[in-house]
Design a protein around this ligand. Structure first.
Ligand code: FMN
Length: 371
């Protein structure tokens, strides 16, 4: 169905078609008939998201549903989990339009949205309005008007506000479209910020009756030595998960891309190698108890599998979903299940253990190399 209407959708400017998609999903998600229309019956591929068991390891990445309007629809489509936001304490309009660009030859996007969102109050209102079984993470950021040296106050406010309503919270330190934000990935800044949020997490745990896991989302543009410097901070502060990666400011593009010089973050297929490299570095340096959620350029079961074998335990999609629609989710889950069965493993984590062992012993079972 999406394949049929995609040429029409792609005639509309990118942000207008995104808005149309959100309005449609919001509308369909409101009625049982609409949700039935969206429902995809995916094979079960259970795995763990923190202490929850989820139906499959494929989540929707942050930035698609910034204001949490589509949760019933996303659940009907069969996502294992969804991350909404980035939400900032106060509503803000984001950067001037146009700020979203398609690179169809590369199945990529460039965006400089700049955290356009309706703010905490609107998001929390929606989150608390309905019950769900699909876990929802909330991705938090700072307002553009907040100076970087006061960012900690925005993150504290946002964390404490969303924690009661979220299954996990992601600290976004990696959007390239908010000036200075990425400097929060520097070890001392990250230590102060994440340490403070972990203190808030501990303080809230008895009141909420549960610990709300804290994930941090990092950029694919960190150098290897910068990642190496960040790893001990993540371990020391006992960060609960890492999401790798956000969009890139690099342009690893081949083929015609007339819009490649638009400022902003590049996502989709050309990001895949950079993201996988970061995932592999994190996997080497982090304890197994700290899950990595792999995101960047996933457009098939093969590319999802390769992120998983490189070290991710779960994956997220955004740009691939824009280009392929809901069938991407079905093809990833079905393809991953086939891999599990092909390795005669009891579940996905067991299959990944086998695949990583095979990879180490030189018996390659993956489709691409990663470094
Ligand atoms: C239009 C657009 C908006 C995005 N907004 C956010 C955001 O608000 N917060 C965030 O953490 N990531 C955001 N992202 C990054 C995605 O969550 C994801 O990390 C990135 O696009 C790489 O995945 P992909 O190649 O599957 O798209 C955005 C991406 C796009 C394309």
């Amino acid at each position: 169905m999406y394949r049929l209407i995609r040429p029409l959708i792609f005639r509309i400017p990118p942000e207008a078609s995104h808005d149309l998609a959100i309005d449609t999903l919001d509308w369909l998600g409101r009625t049982s008939g609409g949700r039935r229309l969206l429902t995809q019956h995916l094979p079960p591929l259970p795995c763990a998201l923190f202490d929850r068991t989820i139906n499959n390891p494929v989540g929707l990445a942050a930035g698609f549903d910034k204001n949490g309007r589509c949760l019933p629809a996303l659940e009907a489509l069969g996502f294992g989990f969804a991350e909404i936001g980035t939400v900032t304490p106060r509503a803000q309009p984001g950067n001037p339009r146009p700020r979203l660009f398609r690179l169809p030859a590369q199945e990529a996007l460039i965006n400089r949205m700049g955290f356009n969102n309706e703010g905490l109050t609107a998001l929390i209102g929606r989150l608390s309005a309905h019950t769900r079984t699909m876990p929802v993470g909330v991705n938090i950021g700072k307002n553009r008007a907040t100076p970087v040296n006061q960012a900690i106050d925005d993150y504290r406010l946002a964390f404490c506000a969303v924690a009661p309503h979220a299954d996990y919270v992601t600290v976004n330190l990696s959007s390239p479209n908010t000036p200075g934000l990425r400097s929060l990935q520097e070890p001392e800044m990250a230590r102060a910020l994440l340490g403070m949020l972990k203190d808030e997490q501990r303080r809230l745990t008895p009141t909420l009756g549960r610990r709300v896991p804290l994930a941090v989302k990092i950029a694919p543009d960190l150098r290897d030595d910068e990642i190496a410097a960040l790893i001990p901070v993540l371990i020391d502060v006992e960060c609960d998960a890492v999401i790798a990666t956000n969009t890139t400011i690099q342009r690893p593009l081949t083929g015609p891309a007339p819009l490649k010089d638009e400022q902003g973050g590049l996502s989709g297929a050309p990001l895949r190698g950079l993201a996988r490299h970061v995932i592999a570095l994190l996997y080497k340096g982090l304890p197994a108890s700290m899950p990595i959620i792999g995101v960047g350029g996933i457009d098939s079961a093969d590319s999802a599998w390769d992120h998983l074998v490189a070290g991710a335990t779960l994956v997220q999609v955004y740009t691939g979903f824009v280009y392929q629609g809901p069938r991407l989710l079905a093809s990833i889950v079905t393809g991953l299940k086939r891999r599990v069965e092909g390795l005669s493993a009891r579940d996905l984590p067991a299959a990944l253990e086998v695949a990583r062992r095979n990879l180490l012993s030189g018996n390659l079972t993956k489709t691409e190399n990663f470094s």
